[in-house]
Design a protein around this ligand. Structure first.
Ligand SMILES: [Zn+2]
Length: 438
């Protein structure tokens, strides 16, 4: 047996079986050695909260100590002392972005770089939605990042997807068997998986997963929305589509009010629809920078270029997108939580979050609200808003520093000047370089 620490969690590894068990209680600790303090000077702060931020207008200095935001003062007021300094030069400083529907890429090869490239594009928190790889691999990636061995975003992950035969047989489990659902709940508890995800259009499977999951303290997010699941308190729904009597449908008022009453969060994943062939071609120029090859295996990039070459507009997808935008608008108006998640895997994901945000804008949601849905609201949806999601004294300093005005054009978020995660200030090029040491 081996006892080890991950963040505030203790875990016990059975070295013979390879099984990892979380140990309660969680730890409280202060780092024995104070990390050096840093002041980010002359920042224009977009803090991740709803409109009317206290930092609107003017420039601010942010003191970071022990990886957390210690003070925020009008520019020029903070005395440096022993702190090192970084001049943001009037650039926008935002909370790190969240992507609540992300996948380790297929085909096949586990790519450490796929998490790093998300970080290089300002995403400091990922929720891995499973299906391509065993959760153990994601768990060990998340732990290596938290331990400071690798540069990357925080990662939470789902357990083995229940009933997902389509992508990979190796991660399929039999959805019809109650015992299997029970085993999956046990497994989620053992690995520290944050979510359960049923994938089948079979209401009793969702019901079983929700009941057992909740009894074990594991929330459930499903691909579908069944009345029985809502009655049992379904926590999340992936994708904005709604199937009703076999059709792609608009969310009716009664469904929306039920979803709202239960508090179910819906991660719309609009960006993935673009990759299925809408008639308006996308700007994929970002796939070209040479440094992408330091994140991905050549086979993944080659596959992506091939798919672009074979781009075929499919008019039906325009209608699917329009219906999804309408659904997002309705859900937003009803104040249903709709955190940002893209469903776009490598190498498209580097443009995924800003692309998703642009589509929210197409749905008519105000820019500052969209930033909130990509930061503080997403953090709340995964239960980490006490520490993450906004530029706020006391929170962890997961930040991005951006050229240009994200409120005017989300595309500027694709290329942050600096990313700050776990107290480390890095450029995208430095993140790419860190992988070469792997
Ligand atoms: Zn997905």
């Amino acid at each position: 047996m081996l006892l080890y620490q991950v963040g505030v969690d203790l875990k016990l590894l059975d070295t013979r079986s390879g099984r990892v068990l979380p140990v309660r209680p969680r730890l409280r600790y202060t780092t024995p050695q104070a990390a050096p303090a840093t002041i980010i000077r002359n920042a224009r702060i977009i803090d991740g909260t709803a409109s009317g931020s206290q930092f609107d207008g003017g420039l601010w200095d942010i003191l970071i100590r022990d990886g957390r935001i210690a003070r925020i003062e009008p520019a020029g007021r903070l005395v440096s002392g022993a702190a090192s300094e970084l001049d943001a030069g009037g650039r926008a400083v935002l909370p790190g972005l969240f992507n609540l529907h992300w996948h380790v890429p297929w085909p096949g090869t586990p790519e450490v770089g796929s998490a790093a490239v998300a970080l290089a594009h300002g995403v400091t928190f990922l929720r891995e939605m499973g299906g391509n790889i065993e959760p153990d691999w994601v768990q060990s990636l998340a732990e290596r990042i938290e331990a400071g061995q690798l540069l990357g975003p925080h990662i939470s992950f789902v357990n083995r997807v229940i009933g997902m035969a389509r992508h990979s047989a190796s991660v399929d489990v039999d959805p019809f068997d109650k015992q299997t659902v029970r085993a999956q709940v046990e497994r989620a508890k053992a690995t520290g998986a944050s979510w359960m995800k049923p994938y089948m259009k079979i209401p009793p499977v969702d019901a079983e997963a929700i009941e057992l999951g909740h009894a074990a303290g594991v929330p459930v997010t499903s691909h579908f929305l069944f009345g029985g699941s809502l009655a049992r308190g379904l926590d999340g729904k992936e994708h904005a589509f709604l199937y009703y009597r076999g059709e792609n449908a608009i969310y009716r008022e009664d469904i929306i009010s039920a979803v709202r009453a239960i508090g179910t969060q819906i991660t719309p994943t609009l960006a993935i629809i673009l990759l299925r062939g809408i008639s308006e071609p996308l700007d994929f120029t970002l796939l070209d920078p040479a440094w992408l090859s330091s994140f991905y295996a050549p086979s993944i990039l080659a596959d992506a270029r091939l798919r672009l070459k074979a781009w075929v507009p499919i008019p039906a997808q325009d209608r699917v997108l329009a219906m999804n935008l309408e659904n997002v608008r309705r859900l937003y108006d009803a104040q249903v939580p709709i955190p940002i998640g893209t469903d776009i895997a490598a190498p498209w994901q580097e443009m995924g979050v800003p692309l998703e945000m642009q589509l929210y804008r197409k749905a008519g949601i105000p820019p500052r609200e969209i930033i909130r849905l990509a930061t503080l609201e997403a953090a709340r949806c995964v239960g980490v808003d006490r520490d993450l999601g906004s530029v706020e004294v006391g929170k962890l300093a997961d930040l991005v520093i951006i050229d240009g005005d994200p409120l005017a054009d989300f595309r500027v978020l694709q290329n942050p000047r600096w990313v700050i995660v776990g107290g480390a200030i890095v450029t995208p090029a430095e993140i790419a370089k860190s992988l070469q040491r792997e």
